[in-house]
Design a protein. Structure first.
Length: 494
């Protein structure tokens, strides 16, 4: 394998937007990498591997023709020297983690994919390639900036005394400035230009710049009050010894995750955030499901929303786990409704859209709104089914007692309604009013008797619940266009 030059990378994903995003995340050659090809499935990737001989393959899991599992298995068997990085949605992550035991160097969840995460995975993969030395554009003797970056990323680095003298102030902080691609934003140093300190850039990507700040005082939130809404600054806590820079990457990444819970803040640091809540309460899924099974959906949803309100205060929790919790609730609820014979076709069609929207949500409020909208859809289904269930009870009662002297007041008393409410309810939930429905049921029963028996028409009138024979005849003719005797003669002739 070559020991010089750029690290050759192949991108495999059936979504062209994902491939384009990966291509534009980094200044690839500056970081020591080059993209040698793209494929939309595992079969295409294997053909390109033969031709292009990549050092690293970045592959999605779910793809047509040949998926990522099959691709990584074949690559691991035939090309064990190739570094493998797997992309997955959260819904596949447990599957990915258990299925790929060998050969995969790193996993990246698509919702967490950004320039910094991608570059970290690429460097890790390149570092494990036997006999390969990652060459960066303009490579030169390691500078203090290179040392700071290596130290920040966890490598043991020796800082010379004269290099330490370059940082005369008491406090250090690692600071990240995030801005969306192609966004017009003034340079970070403009925000701290009036401060007495030294700013050293240690990591640069298309949307994220990371600096070491050395000053006699720590950064203040008001310095960044005029940041654009889509930009934000995160900072580690201050430290006094430069070697403490090692390990600060995880601390800074954790603070960056807090942005999910504080999307309105332009500056985030541990020292300006509220104290996190105490012990996290466990969501009682069994309780939630039991309430739903008893048709106490309002109580179940109130319990869920109360739990979420408490949960969003715990900004130190893992964002991916929080999103997984929301998706798990929606998944369980859809399954439960189906088992309870509710009409869930619409939810089944939309469920992956809900899951994806939660996974891609930029902040906790956007994620929670998606779940809130989902619960509203559920309540519409439940309420519709309940209304239909009440209506079925009414119509079933009428069908069972139509032959009796049945009135609106009788049914209202039976179901503990007022007659006026029952009349309005029936008209709202049926194409016909109570009297029209009752007469239709009685006439249908009379038609059956006229067809199947020779019982006198006057007797049939009584048996189907009409006390007035002449009224029965009028209603019968109105619904069939025949008198009862005409209908019987027509039946005999036929």
């Amino acid at each position: 394998m070559d020991t010089k030059g750029l690290c050759r990378t192949l991108i495999v994903d059936d979504e062209i937007l994902i491939r384009q995003g990966i291509k534009h995340y980094l200044d690839w050659e500056k970081e020591g990498f080059t993209i040698v090809g793209e494929a939309s499935n595992g079969k295409e990737a294997l053909e390109l591997i033969e031709k292009l001989v990549p050092h690293i393959v970045i592959t999605d899991v779910v793809m047509p023709i040949m998926d990522g599992e099959a691709l990584t298995r074949i690559v691991n068997e035939k090309y064990p020297h190739i570094g493998l990085i797997v992309l997955s949605s959260f819904s596949e992550f447990d599957y990915v983690r258990s299925a790929f035991q060998n050969g995969v160097i790193d996993y990246i969840l698509k919702p967490k994919l950004n320039a910094e995460v991608l570059l970290k995975a690429l460097r890790q993969a390149a570092g494990q390639l036997e006999g390969f030395h990652l060459s960066r554009e303009g490579q030169h003797e390691e500078t203090i900036k290179d040392k700071l970056r290596d130290l920040y990323e966890g490598t043991d680095v020796s800082i010379e005394e004269e290099e330490m003298d370059s940082f005369p102030h008491k406090y250090f902080q690692v600071v990240s400035h995030y801005l969306t691609a192609n966004q017009t934003e003034k340079p970070f140093h403009d925000y701290v230009a009036k401060e007495n300190g030294i700013l050293t850039q240690i990591v640069t990507t298309s949307d994220l710049h990371i600096y070491l700040w050395n000053s006699s005082q720590t950064l203040r939130e008001e310095l960044f009050s005029d940041l654009r809404q889509s930009s934000y600054v995160c900072s580690t806590e201050a430290f006094e010894n430069l070697p403490e820079l090692k390990g600060k990457q995880k601390e800074l990444e954790q603070v960056q995750n807090y942005r999910f819970f504080f999307p309105e803040k332009s500056y985030l640091s541990e020292d300006i955030l509220p104290l996190p809540p105490g012990e996290r309460q466990v969501f009682q899924l069994d309780r939630f499901i039991e309430e739903c099974k008893r048709d106490n959906f309002q109580e179940a949803f109130s319990y869920l929303e109360g739990h979420i309100e408490r949960l969003i205060l715990d900004y130190q929790q893992d964002v991916v786990e929080y999103k997984a919790f929301l998706n798990n609730i929606m998944f369980n609820l859809i399954v439960l409704l189906g088992n309870m014979d509710y009409q869930t076709e619409m939810l089944e069609k939309k469920k992956y859209t809900y899951f994806q929207q939660v996974s891609l949500a930029a902040d906790v409020f956007a994620a929670n709104q998606i779940v809130h909208d989902f619960l509203k859809e559920v309540m519409k289904i439940v309420e519709t089914e309940e209304e239909q269930g009440h209506m079925r009870k009414l119509t079933d009662y009428i069908k069972a007692h139509y032959h009796e002297s049945l009135s609106l007041s009788d049914i209202a008393n039976h179901f503990h309604f007022s007659p006026s409410y029952l009349s309005n309810y029936f008209s709202t939930h049926s194409k016909e009013g109570f009297s029209e429905y009752l007469n239709r049921v009685r006439i249908e029963a009379a038609i059956t008797l006229l067809r199947q028996s020779d019982i006198p028409i006057s007797k049939i009138s009584e048996q189907v619940g009409f006390s007035d024979h002449s009224y029965f005849c009028r209603v019968f003719k109105k619904q069939t266009s025949y008198s009862p005797s005409q209908y019987r003669r027509k039946r005999i002739m036929n």
